[in-house]
Design a protein around this ligand. Sequence first.
Ligand code: C5P
Length: 206
Amino acid sequence: MIIAVDGPTASGKGTLARALAGHFGLPHLDTGLLYRAVGRQVVLNGGNPDSETDALAACNFPMDLLNEPELRSEVTGGFASRVSIHPAVRNALYERQRNFALQAGGAVLDGRDIGTVIAPEAEVKLFVQASVEARAARRYAEMIETGRTCTLKEIAMGLKERDERDANRKDAPLRAADDAIVLDTSELGRDAAIAEAIELVKRKIS
Ligand code: C5P
């Protein structure tokens, strides 16, 4: 079984995807991390994230970059969103994601275009959304908890900017697949959102 979990930044899709993977005993891939690694590698190369050539060269990032804590920062998220616009970058990362989705036994993938591009045949597609206020508050708490300095206003502005870029790019824009189930987590705590996601998957496959 392939479970596709898509949605905007800080909607809770990563938490839900990990919980679904644990519950159904499936491997999980956070595809945003791949784009973050490309964004980070461009900067390490001294390149420009808005240049398709520089971004494509950064797709050869070393695997251990995926473990670098800096990958989780808002700044790297911004670079990721910029490199993800380039079709050559999306192409370069396609195979790895597609192979992960097609492995025997199935998988859970979370991202922006899993249900629409990477695994359109997924048995279950969840589109996780939440208000900008709820998402900014969550991301702010996460940043403070991990010792980063930022303001709530900065976070909300960054989220809006990224939403806009992700939803309006030409190639694989952020959108719910026609057959996706929409789950709004604005008013749900972590455990309630996980319980709801598990219930939705069970209902869909029964
Ligand atoms: O999900 P996360 O915030 O880690 O993703 C970082 C950025 O990577 C997103 O803002 C988006 O631009 C890009 N991305 C994408 N397609 C995916 C996953 C992430 O374009 N499947």
